[in-house]
Design a protein around this ligand. Structure first.
Ligand SMILES: [Zn+2]
Length: 270
């Protein structure tokens, strides 16, 4: 019995367990291509690592974009920003390998200093036009409570990139000149949302996610696999079932098909 099966049976034992939710008829399914745009190395593993593991296992091509080097994330008095950024890039690459992520792009902006500005927005637009994802996962910029300025700005930049900039060819026309046509992203999942309305069951991929989290040695404060397994047991006891979930606010952008040409442009009959 796998750990996942064992934990699910434990979940059923707790107070009779919680009934399995009905399948969501509007569930996203596995995207052919997905992009995860995050502020720091390790953000993705903590907020959507199970979802990424699931999509990769089901054949999706997933690309990461990490906007900053995470070069302020330390209390070590001996650490320097350049050294920390290099360490964290390696940790992020290892995490991507364990999840099956196809490619990880580091934009190298300084940690804590992201700005909602033209150049960075254009970098995100171009990467979306290169990789052409069906689904993007990014930070929810509109949390009312505790938030990080890089998370907030990356969420805004990515949402603005998706609509309307990536879609409409006259924004950032250099991309079209370089052979990168405009692109329609159909769905965005905002992570870290206080208004989550979409759940991904990642029970079968939680262990893969844990492997990826453990790659971020500089960020997990010495916690071990056993510590995370114990935290999971405590969570199962609290929630009364063994299902592991990641929750998002979902933004569906699919456009209805354009009307037939005759109806759109009625021609007078002679
Ligand atoms: Zn972060």
């Amino acid at each position: 019995m796998s750990l996942g099966d064992a934990l699910r049976s434990v979940g059923r034992w707790f107070a009779g367990g919680e009934p399995e939710p009905d399948p969501d008829p509007n569930a996203l399914g596995t995207p052919a291509r997905a992009m995860v745009v995050m502020a720091h190395p390790d953000d993705a593993e903590f907020v959507c690592g199970g979802t990424v593991a699931k999509w990769c296992a089901e054949g999706a091509e997933v690309v990461y974009v990490v906007v900053t080097g995470g070069d302020k994330g330390t209390h070590d008095p001996e650490m320097h920003p350049e050294k920390l950024a290099a360490i964290r890039e390696e940790e992020q690459r290892a995490a991507c390998r364990s999840l099956g992520v196809k490619e990880c792009v580091f934009l190298g902006h300084p940690d804590g200093h992201t700005i909602d500005e033209e150049e960075l927005r254009g970098q995100i637009v171009r990467l979306i036009r290169i990789h052409r994802p069906d689904v993007i996962v990014t930070w929810d910029a509109f949390r009312r409570g505790f938030n990080h300025r890089d998370h907030r700005n990356v969420g805004v930049l990515t949402a603005d990139a998706v609509y309307p900039l990536v879609r409409d060819r006259l924004y950032y026309p250099r991309d079209e000149e370089d052979g990168l046509p405009s692109h329609q992203v159909n769905e965005v999942l905002f992570a870290g949302s206080e208004d989550a309305d979409y759940t991904v069951d990642v029970s079968d991929h939680w262990e893969t996610r844990l492997e990826a989290v453990l790659c971020h040695t500089s960020q997990i404060g010495g916690r071990t696999r056993e510590d995370f397994l114990r935290m999971r047991e405590e969570m199962i006891a609290r929630q009364g079932h063994a299902r592991m979930e990641e929750r998002f606010r979902r933004w569906s952008i699919r456009r209805s098909p354009p009307p037939p040409r005759e109806a759109a442009n009625p021609q007078p009959r002679s």
